[in-house]
Design a protein around this ligand. Sequence first.
Ligand code: PLP
Length: 363
Amino acid sequence: MTQKRTYLDHNATTPLKPAVRDLMLEILAFPGNASSVHKAGRAAKKRIEDARAAILKAVNAGPQAVLIFTASATEANNLVLKNSGAERVIVSAIEHPSVLNARTDREIIPVLPSGVIDLDALDKMLINNDRSTLISVMTVNNETGVIQPIEDVVAIAKKRGALVHTDAVQALGKIDLPKGVDYLTLSAHKIGGPQGAGCLILSNCVTVAPLLSGGNQEKNMRAGTENVAAIAGFGKAVEDVSPLPSTLRDALEKKLKAIAPDLVIYGEKEKRVSNTSMFAVPGFAAETQLIALDMADICVSNGSACSSGTVKASHVLHAMQAKDAEAALRVSFGWDSTEKDVDVFINEWEKIYNRIKSRQCPK
Ligand code: PLP
């Protein structure tokens, strides 16, 4: 009998929810082209509009909000960072690479050792600001789970005449989304929806220029035939997102601390989303732990998933000036996680811990 995989990497991607998969399979038989005027086209268009309405409702968007579907949150982030028209762009040091690397002329807001952005530093950066400015700060950090003070960012921005973008990919379905932002990014595959579907929500009558030349889909802001099945799957996934209780995360952290008294939990004292725990034991290389856990068919991460599949030190922990970054592991729970997953992880991790400890020389 094959053992069930223990998947504890939901901040990287989540398994498809069964209702999403069923709907997508039905649509994939013939998605239709939403730009066609015939019945098949109109059916495709309706699928897209239903998904758009479901997502706008789920995020409590205001009446003026406009939602643009994209092929990923990465694309949505690039769209706003590159094409909002702002002369000056300010982003936090702990953003996802799709924000951090979207332009070379961005200025960086530092973060405090707690993992929260430095609001005073942001305020100072905006003194005497006379250029049109976009500030981009994520709602929840994907590595530590630390919740950022976006409504304070909005207050500072409004005082200084700047616009605000937030990458809310890791916040959707976990906390209420912040109010007052001008641009907001979401991704389907972090909430039990499909990979390859994201969106940018524009509020307060702002716009973006398209990244791609082509047809006039998505109000002329995102050319290309819409991925009907993925968009509909996104809409379906959003219908039943509800925050996980912190029971599994808390049980995990309690058991980890009982095994390893020297365990460090990043952002522990700050407000964090209830599904994420990032921790380290000094001197325990993350790579060694990841390999041993993988051999036991347990999936966790060392921070952000790297496209190359290699393990590299986290820019988030570096920005926090955190110690032991090379030892940091991230466990993230999701809609299909159970207490048994915690027990399987702890059982295996304790063996790894004892093995590594037994090889260490006493100090
Ligand atoms: N932003 C954050 C905070 C993320 O965690 C991710 C995914 O890891 C992305 C953006 C990119 O999302 P996508 O895979 O849809 O491009």
